[in-house]
Design a binder for this molecule. Structure first.
Ligand code: ADP
Length: 255
């Protein structure tokens, strides 16, 4: 593992309390945003249950290249993207392996990949703080690193934050802060801010970004055009996602 990650400067793992809060979207957007800042970035899709990164980034037809005994990931906007989905013969077939086997497959993939020189490797972990994310993060832990937590309003957020803090502490990861996704909706007609999912209370944690609900963003995800959206949309959500990359890079590089 250490040899395989030798060219990677910083690992940032992305955590969530449960599925559906936008963890994969945030992971992909963070990697694209870092690339826009001139950083060499890669994203690893380690969320085997809800693997969606190749789709969001329009890579459903892409294949991993094989060079010797190494796997060379495809790139989008300069971001190397690795996912078990990109190795599967039959895209879309559900992976029915049991937990430990899945975590092992992810770790094997991680070590077999030729990451090259990367300033950042963003890792989309499985949701929660149970065995699977733990095993994968532990394997990465040798490298030290950082974590961010994605939350949406109304999901016992304080509890989720406390769990993530413990998870990070146990793994010697520095928790940089929280991404408040789906935090609000701005009425396109009158500009009023609504919080349809409720208020978001994150306690003492630093909020790295507040990302509004944005139908244009949901649409870009569905069309596999998330990278283009993050790179060029002028929407509030796109600006917040670019701001997230700047906040993460700032925090990491400040030491
Ligand atoms: P997770 O990885 O946490 O399971 P995803 O990143 O796959 O969640 O996101 C779940 C769904 O919610 C996706 O269809 C995504 O497009 C949508 N979504 C997430 N955040 C937003 C947002 N801020 N605005 C609109 N749609 C969003």
């Amino acid at each position: 593992m250490r040899a395989s990650l030798a060219g990677v400067k910083h690992v940032v793992v992305v955590l969530s309390g449960k599925g559906g809060v936008g963890k994969s979207l945030v992971s992909s957007s963070l990697a694209v945003g870092l690339s826009l800042l001139g950083k060499r970035a890669a994203v690893l899709d380690a969320d085997i249950h809800g693997s969606s990164i190749p789709w969001m980034l329009g890579l459903e037809e892409a294949r991993v290249a094989v060079r010797g005994d190494k796997l060379v990931p495809p790139e989008v906007h300069g971001v190397a993207v690795m996912s078990l989905e990109l190795l599967a013969e039959d895209r879309g077939a559900p992976l029915v392996w049991r937990g430990p086997l899945k975590a092992k497959a992810i770790i094997d993939m991680l070590t077999a990949t030729e990451w090259g020189e990367r300033d950042y490797l963003v890792v989309d972990l499985p949701p929660g703080t149970g065995d699977e994310p733990l095993t994968i993060a532990q394997a990465l832990g040798a490298k030290g690193g950082y974590a961010i937590l994605v939350v949406a309003p109304g999901l016992l957020v304080k509890h989720v934050v406390a769990k993530a803090e413990r998870f990070a502490r146990e793994l010697n990861l520095k928790l940089l802060g929280v991404v408040a996704n789906m935090a609000y909706f701005r009425c396109p007609a009158c500009g009023a801010v609504h919080r349809p999912l409720g208020k978001l209370e994150v306690g003492e944690s630093r909020v790295l970004a507040e990302i509004p609900l944005d139908p244009e963003l949901a649409d870009a995800v569905d069309r596999g055009e998330l990278a283009g959206y993050v790179a060029s949309s002028t929407s509030e959500a796109a600006r917040a996602l670019r701001g997230l990359a700047a906040a993460v890079a700032g925090a990491v590089e400040a030491g």
